[in-house]
Design a protein around this ligand. Structure first.
Ligand code: URA
Length: 198
């Protein structure tokens, strides 16, 4: 079986067996295996599950814009998630209508996919892993928060990999300040520089 199919069948089994909080579908990583550059996000949302591909919604559009701005394209990178199913919550409004929204994955949900993500990293064998936001950061490093480490290259002795932490692209939607947008852009430029030396 090819690696992509193998990863997918493991993700499906884990998702089908999970009886905890509500979830709404699952996806796999996308892009070549092996690959020098691996981005790791948080968990898929509605658009991702519908299109069966990571980062195709709003956050994905921002991501791709910045990726292209440093001379990279999606075909040249692999992109995956820390939690492979879509964590959802249901809310009933006063008229009785139920709406579905995303929620952050719980630690135990991230833990369900430890082996799968470790296996994906092993097969992708990237020269650098770029973590997007706090969820993959905490899963793959000992940093406590993205604010303390973003925009620099580190070597993680535990997993013996170079890690470049970045803010999650959806933070651009939550934080509209010019200062934050400038910092975010600067981090992409720093990534471009870091990639020249890997
Ligand atoms: N946000 C993520 O963290 N991952 C996706 O795949 C999409 C949005």
């Amino acid at each position: 079986m090819d690696i992509q199919k193998e990863l997918e069948s493991k993700i499906k089994v884990i998702t089908d067996k999970y009886t905890g909080d509500k979830t709404g579908g699952y996806i796999t990583g996308d892009g070549p295996i092996p690959c020098d550059i691996l981005f790791v996000g948080e968990a898929p949302g509605k658009n991702e599950v519908e299109e069966k591909k990571p980062f195709v919604g709003m956050a994905g559009k921002n991501f791709e814009k910045y990726l292209n701005s440093i001379g990279l394209s999606r075909e040249k990178i692999r992109i995956t998630n820390t939690c492979f199913f879509r964590p959802i919550k249901l809310k009933e409004n006063p008229s009785g209508r139920v709406t579905i929204s995303n929620r952050p994955p719980k630690t135990l949900e991230v833990d369900l996919f430890r082996e799968v993500l470790d296996e994906e990293i092993k097969f992708v064998n990237p020269k650098v892993i770029i973590t997007l936001g706090n969820v993959p950061l905490k899963r793959l490093t000992n940093f406590k928060s993205i604010g303390e480490c973003h925009g620099k290259l580190y070597f993680n002795e535990d997993i013996k990999r170079s890690i470049f932490p970045m803010y999650h692209p959806s933070s651009l939607t939550y934080n509209r300040s010019d200062e934050f947008h400038a910092t975010y852009e600067q981090d992409w430029n720093s990534l471009k520089e870091a990639l020249k030396n890997i």
